[in-house]
Design a binder for this molecule. Structure first.
Ligand code: SF4
Length: 351
């Protein structure tokens, strides 16, 4: 589809407009989302990432949905920061099963100066394997963000989780403003953003709309927008949260697709609880990215074979890595780093 017919990117969505999308008849909403999707993407390609927990549990944050929070007793085995070689071995395995992006997650409030050299080695090693790199490490300072960009980090994941209004019901140890600040640092350093949220935490429709508005009204849309279905884990305050209506979940994916037409919308945590029909509907609504194979942080992920069987039944192929886009991205990082060095703000990870 030519650029002239493609939907223009907007950053000024209002609650009334987004509410109206949510209130459309289901078929009208899905038709609109699929139409937008086809303007920007091959509708039969889905990007596949693999996620590895590089440091598990004992997190000082109190996110009410999270089994890794040290505030709740979920019986989770805590693990220290994984050795670099083990991470690289897992990345090589992910590449062998067809993943194009390797995401590494650590349960931290923020990385310390002691952690940074190891984290940077992981990024460099995974990048050298020819995979795209993504990390989620908590709040980042400007200097840490720049060091990660220089090491070759392509994406940084930092979710907004929910609307600003509902946020305080879920997390009290980190503010919404801090999250937005970390996202701004990531952009400044020239990296791509992965940011989304979770459904099923007791939020209202307006909160779902509010989350998507926050993401869509950022100066640039996140390149990756994970939409998670709460996985209720015993021992967390949300273990008995009310189920999300599956159609409301699909509606949220469709609205995300319409608001952020060029972003990869990721069908993320909670996919294991979805049957094949629901996943197919999610792809039709505009989801075009999944976590594949490996464990999704501390909750299960459907087996790689099941995913590939579903892809075959639906005529979907995994998206290939865009080398050209990567070069452009690399150039953007180099330019951003050069500017930062000139500004004498460069972080020395060895200190
Ligand atoms: S979601 Fe992340 S920051 Fe929050 S408790 Fe879990 S690991 Fe920590």
């Amino acid at each position: 589809m030519s650029a002239t017919t493609a939907t223009a990117l907007r950053h000024d969505w209002t609650l009334a407009e987004v509410r109206a999308l949510f209130e459309l008849p289901f078929n009208d909403l899905l038709f609109q989302a699929q139409t937008v999707h086809r303007q920007h993407f091959d509708p039969n390609r889905v990007q596949v990432s693999t996620l590895l927990s590089i440091k598990t549990g004992a997190c000082p944050e109190d996110c009410k949905y999270c089994p890794q929070s040290g505030h709740y007793n979920t019986g989770l085995d805590k693990e220290k920061l994984m050795e670099v070689e083990k991470v690289l071995k897992a990345a090589a395995e992910a590449k062998a099963i067809g993943s194009t992006r390797f995401c590494m997650g650590a349960a931290w409030k923020h990385p310390t100066a002691k952690d940074m050299p190891y984290v940077l080695q992981m990024v460099q090693g995974v990048k050298a394997l020819g995979l795209e790199t993504c990390m989620t490490l908590g709040t980042l300072s400007r200097e840490q963000t720049q060091a990660l960009a220089e090491a070759g980090l392509d994406y940084y994941n930092h979710n907004l989780d929910t609307s600003p209004e509902f946020y305080g019901n879920i997390i009290t140890t980190r503010t919404y403003a801090e999250r937005l600040e970390t996202l701004a640092h990531v952009r400044e350093a020239g990296m791509k953003i992965c940011s989304g949220g979770i459904l099923g935490m007791g939020e209202s429709l307006d909160d779902r709309a509010g989350l998507l508005i926050q993401l869509a009204n950022l100066p640039e849309h996140p390149e990756s927008v994970p939409i998670n279905m709460l996985v209720k884990v015993e021992g967390t305050p949300l273990e008995n949260a009310e189920e999300v209506d599956p159609f409301d979940f699909i509606r949220t994916l469709a609205v995300a697709r319409i608001l952020m037409p060029k972003s990869h919308v990721r069908l993320s945590a909670g996919r294991q609880q979805m049957n094949d029909q629901m996943q197919a509907l999610a792809f039709f609504a505009g989801a075009n990215s999944i976590f594949y194979g490996e464990k999704l942080l501390t909750t299960g992920n459907p087996e790689a074979e099941r995913d590939m069987r579903l892809f075959q039944r639906l005529g979907i192929k995994p998206e290939e890595r865009e080398e050209h886009a990567d070069e452009v991205h690399q150039a953007a990082i180099e330019q951003a780093l050069a500017e930062q060095r000139d500004a004498k703000l460069f972080y020395n990870a060895a200190v």
